[in-house]
Design a protein around this ligand. Structure first.
Ligand SMILES: [Zn+2]
Length: 252
């Protein structure tokens, strides 16, 4: 979890100042339903019509979901026993400046492409150091593949997962910068060919960072200047949850 130092507050103030001239809203969350591409083996969504208009005069359902389905949040508890759960993440860590690191070009030819230290350095050479308290979102262009589950989850044969993510070295660098969270437009923060989840297990969650996975519409965000609001429900003991993510993007 980021220290709420002067630096973090200054970064947030600067991001909100950029919105003062007007902003547009971008929805970074996909709808969750029967069409959602789930992590292979994850339990399917289930819907029970518990109360119906015809029988009761109003409508309510019981909805069962894996906590990590569709556009969703990962809390540190996902990989760290005793880590922060979705109920205990402070709101200060959920409304934060966001930067985009774009790896679309290499992801087009390398399905398991990762954000590498060089990508972070290229970004910083152009935009300055990534401020403490920021969320770093990887844009790979993968969200546009959702019409084809095989292309979204695994394009290297029918059994192997293949999609872009963060590499361990870049994730360590971002932890050093004091970032508060990582996000991706793919099924996972770790790329498809890392089934042992080295970033989740060894780097980001142990450092208290949260994740967002299966984001959409990142192509509508500039590389810097946006603020995101992460509306994860506060579920006691929650390891993650489907989440609405709002991006406030300065008008150009
Ligand atoms: Zn997850």
């Amino acid at each position: 979890m980021a220290q709420h130092t002067e630096t973090v507050i200054a970064a947030r103030d600067a991001a909100f100042a950029a919105l003062a001239g007007g902003f547009r809203l971008v929805d970074l969350s996909d709808a969750l339903g029967p069409e959602t591409i789930l992590w292979p083996g994850a339990p399917a969504l289930e819907v029970l019509e518990a109360v119906t208009h015809d029988a009761h005069g109003y409508h309510a359902r019981v909805f069962t979901t894996f906590e990590h389905a569709g556009t969703h949040f990962d809390a540190p508890e996902h990989f760290v026993p005793g880590g922060a759960d979705t109920a205990s993440i402070p709101i200060d860590d959920l409304v934060v400046p966001a930067v985009i690191i774009d790896i679309t070009k290499k992801a087009a030819t390398v399905p398991n492409a990762v954000v590498e230290p060089g990508d972070v350095e290229t970004f910083e050479a152009q935009h300055g150091p990534i401020p403490s308290g920021t969320a770093v979102l990887m844009r790979s262009g993968w969200a546009l593949r959702k019409t084809d589950p095989l292309s979204y989850a695994g394009s290297e044969g029918t059994t192997g997962l293949a999609f872009p993510g963060f590499g361990v070295e870049a994730a360590r660098l971002l932890v050093e910068r004091g970032v508060v969270g990582l996000g991706v437009d793919t099924l996972g923060i770790d790329p498809g060919n890392k089934p042992d989840f080295p970033v989740h297990r060894d780097v980001s969650h142990p450092a208290g960072l949260w994740h967002l996975e299966n984001l959409i519409n990142l192509e509508q965000l500039p590389e810097t200047g946006s603020v995101i609001a992460v509306g994860v429900p506060r579920i006691v003991g929650g390891t993650g949850f489907p989440t609405r993510v709002f991006a406030f993007v300065p008008r150009q």
